[in-house]
Design a protein. Sequence first.
Length: 160
Amino acid sequence: MATMPTRTEPARGLPAQGPLLQEAVQAFAARWYQALDRHDEVESVLDLLIDEGLEMRFPETTARGHSGFRDWYQAVTHRFFDEVHTLREVTVTGGTPGAALARVVVNWQAKIWNPPDANSQWLGFDAYQTWTVVPGPDGALQIAVYVVDDLKPMPGSAQL
């Protein structure tokens, strides 16, 4: 598991606890999901993630560092299409002066095609997540730890 930075003063790019931090993390989460929906090039998505110490726990795997994320991203961008992530909630729940801990709830809907099925299937889930967000080298926010705590299927959703 990634360790949280230990600093005595707030890091550049990470506002102190309060409304500004909440707004910054919420805007960052929206940017993250927009990139996933567009299936942005992996190199641009990596800018949103630390490398050393990155831990991303998904239901199907745990990805570590940029290399692990690349493998996961390659798999999901070739499996899911017509993705729409709707951010329902972002709540900064704590952290340290150099890292913010946030609870994130996102509704994820997509289609999947399993060859040789004649039709694609619709997927719909509410994903409950915990993130640790830190400032990167340029001061922009980055994900250090990303955990999918729970996935709740919507009525009528196919299974993953």
